[in-house]
Design a protein around this ligand. Structure first.
Ligand code: NAD
Ligand code: MG
Length: 330
């Protein structure tokens, strides 16, 4: 038996005084953890189900104009210091998964910079206010990721404002449904590739010189990477590319101590879907085909973005974590 452990089983069980101390400590720890325990909830009835009312917004859409309004964890996410002192840059941090991650990161103790398009200032303003309400730095850096010079500047501005960079979340994306490949123009195709593939490439290159061992890169991929929809010809292949770069880069950056992981959501209730990402017909029954019978809410993915950035996930790299209501890959 190896007795080098801080407290061997024999000591804990045998030494009476010590045994009592251990028992007292563990019951104190239990009492401390009990009040924060989350109530049991039925995932099938926790959030709105289809049918949803018809709605559409001009791209890129605003969360504040959706009915029902998505839940990004504004009133529910509770932190416990898991990212204390970290500095994070999140693209698409104004709404959807990026906003849920931004709120959660701030509540876990991180300073957070968000990027978004100028049209999304109203959504972004709400997120910055929520970050600041936690006493953390909240930095708004609007601009179009399809431009390489902007991507380089974005990272430099984030590093300057935050005083460094530990977490990069490549989350922004363009998704526009087209019934036929014949309807996908070269401009469409180019915009999707620039936003979803080129921007992460440019951002990672600009960020890398600032990332130290322990830093984390996270990409948002999709169930579309594994089972693409007929009408998402261009978008789906960018999500396959995202899944793939996560695995390639994890191998490249592993020896440097930088972890690279991905999140693969299923159908999630976000502005992307009501601003051209889904047809009106699929929007009305959105998420209804999953075993949970409803779409996910961004808040339901926040803890995954936290987990992948946190130090206690130190052996996870090159992984894709899914949240898709019971169907879809991985
Ligand atoms: P969202 O609309 O809330 O977020 C997408 C964000 O991308 C926008 O807020 C916008 O700020 C940003 N963006 C788009 N084009 C940009 C550009 N040129 N420059 C700067 N920013 C730009 O929607 P979401 O669903 O939360 O999307 C976040 C991620 O989740 C995306 O990568 C998307 O592919 C992925 N995803 C979404 C779903 C879903 O059902 N909603 C499913 C799987 C994966
Ligand atoms: Mg948005």
């Amino acid at each position: 038996m190896n007795d080098d452990t801080p407290l061997s089983r024999r000591q804990a069980v045998g030494g009476t005084g010590l045994g009592l101390a251990v028992a007292a400590t563990s019951s104190a720890a239990r009492a401390q953890s009990e009040p924060t325990a989350q109530p049991m909830t039925d995932p099938t009835s926790r959030y709105p189900k289809p049918p949803f009312q018809k709605q559409s917004q001009p791209w890129p859409g605003l969360a504040s104009r959706m009915t029902p309004r998505p839940d990004h964890g504004e009133t529910s996410y509770r932190g416990s210091g898991r990212l204390a002192g970290r500095k994070a840059l999140i693209t698409g941090g104004d709404s959807g998964m990026g906003r849920a991650a931004a709120i959660a990161y701030a509540r876990e103790g991180a300073d957070v910079a968000i990027n978004y398009l100028p049209e999304e200032e109203a959504d972004a303003g709400e997120v910055i206010a929520l970050i600041k309400a936690e006493g953390r730095l909240g930095v708004a850096l609007p601009g179009d990721l399809r431009d390489e010079a902007f991507c380089t500047r974005l990272v430099a501005d984030a590093v300057r404002a935050l005083g460094g960079l530990d977490i990069l979340v490549n989350n922004a994306a363009r998704q526009q449904t087209r019934a036929s490949i014949l309807d996908v123009t070269s401009e469409d195709f180019d915009a999707t590739m620039k936003t979803n593939i080129y921007a992460p490439f440019w951002l990672i290159k600009a960020a890398l010189p600032h990332l130290k061992p322990g830093a984390s890169i996270i990409g948002t991929t999709s169930v579309q990477a594994y089972d693409p929809s007929a009408e998402l010809y261009d978008y789906a292949q960018t999500k396959a590319a995202t899944m793939n770069y996560v695995k390639s880069l994890a191998k490249q950056l592993g020896p440097k101590g930088i972890r690279v992981n991905g999140v693969a959501p299923g159908p999630i209730w976000t502005p992307l879907q009501v601003s051209g990402g889904a047809t009106m017909e699929s929007l009305e029954k959105f998420g209804g085909q999953t075993p949970l019978g409803r779409p996910g809410q961004p808040a339901e993915l926040a803890s995954i973005y936290v987990q992948l950035a946190a130090a206690d996930a130190s052996y996870s790299t090159g992984q894709i974590y899914g949240a898709a209501g019971g169907s879809g890959q991985p």
